[in-house]
Design a protein around this ligand. Structure first.
Ligand code: ADP
Ligand code: MG
Length: 257
């Protein structure tokens, strides 16, 4: 049975999509069968693995709102061993359209049930909000990976995310665990970055990954070529660190399952 991991933080621009794409690619590179699920209407994870959104006829919207089987929407990406359920801008209506529907919080969970058998990991790239789409992701997941950007106010807003996680644990998904906290976009030349690392470690302790993602030009460039860092520049520091992270996630596997 595959493990489902949501990548979530309601702050925008903290590295959720970059981490979803590159952790997925890293896990796939290491021989796992991986499914990336894009549930952000912006669809950045979708284009980030080489899918042209204009060519996508059915996306996660049709699964969540119209009950299309998720299996019918999975497509291969330009990374070996990595498939994706894409998102297009159509998904932007889902947050509101789902409100009056039956079992609106567990729709994604139900849709992914059959797919869990087919993949070793299912990684969900969440939107920058704590609305119904994120609730669906957390309800479906075994664990949540929280990217935190190494900048001033890094911890701000995390109490709301943790509170949402607790509510989901209480009412919808008792099993949900915190997979880990990932520090992103570190500029190691500044004291600020190092202070943020200290602060986040004080708060989350051994939940913080040893792999810390540096600010890396190649990581920023890869999406505009529709590629993960592992395919775009496998020798870059960004690729090395995301592979290290993938190994940490695999090693964590049994402990947090
Ligand atoms: P989110 O999904 O949380 O909104 P993204 O992953 O899209 O965040 O990252 C925001 C922007 O920062 C994107 O343009 C992305 O390419 C860039 N970026 C993310 N991580 C890095 C990094 N480690 N180094 C350089 N640029 C990065
Ligand atoms: Mg994103």
């Amino acid at each position: 049975m595959g493990k489902i991991i949501s990548i979530s933080n309601q702050k925008g621009g903290v590295g959720k999509t970059t981490s979803s794409v590159n952790l997925s690619a890293g896990l796939a590179y290491l021989g796992n069968k991986v499914l990336l699920v894009d549930i952000d209407p912006q669809g950045n994870a979708t284009s980030g693995v080489g899918i042209n959104k204009a060519d996508v006829s059915n996306c996660i919207y049709n699964v969540l709102v119209e009950d299309l089987p998720a299996e019918d929407v999975c497509i291969p990406t330009n990374v070996n061993n990595l498939d994706i359920i894409p998102a297009t801008i159509q998904l932007s209506g889902a947050e509101i359209e789902l409100v009056p529907t039956i079992s609106r919080e567990i729709r994604l969970k139900k849709s992914l049930e059959n797919l869990k058998e087919l993949y070793d990991y299912i990684i969900i790239d969440c939107p920058p909000s704590l609305g119904l789409l994120t609730i669906n992701a957390l309800t479906s997941s075994d664990s949540v990976l929280i990217p935190v950007q190494c900048e001033y106010y890094a911890l701000e807003g995390l109490s709301q995310l943790l509170n949402t996680i607790r509510l989901v644990q209480k009412h919808l998904n008792k099993q949900l665990m915190i997979e880990g906290v990932l520090l992103t976009m570190l500029d190691a030349r500044t004291n600020l970055g190092l202070q943020v690392i200290e602060e986040v470690k004080k708060y989350f302790q051994d939940k913080v990954y040893k792999s810390i993602i540096p600010r890396n030009i190649r990581l920023g460039e890869a999406p505009s070529h529709g590629q993960s860092i592992i395919t775009y520049d496998p020798k870059s520091r960004g690729a090395e660190v995301y592979l290290e992270l993938a190994k940490e996630v695999m090693a964590n596997g049994e402990r947090v399952r």
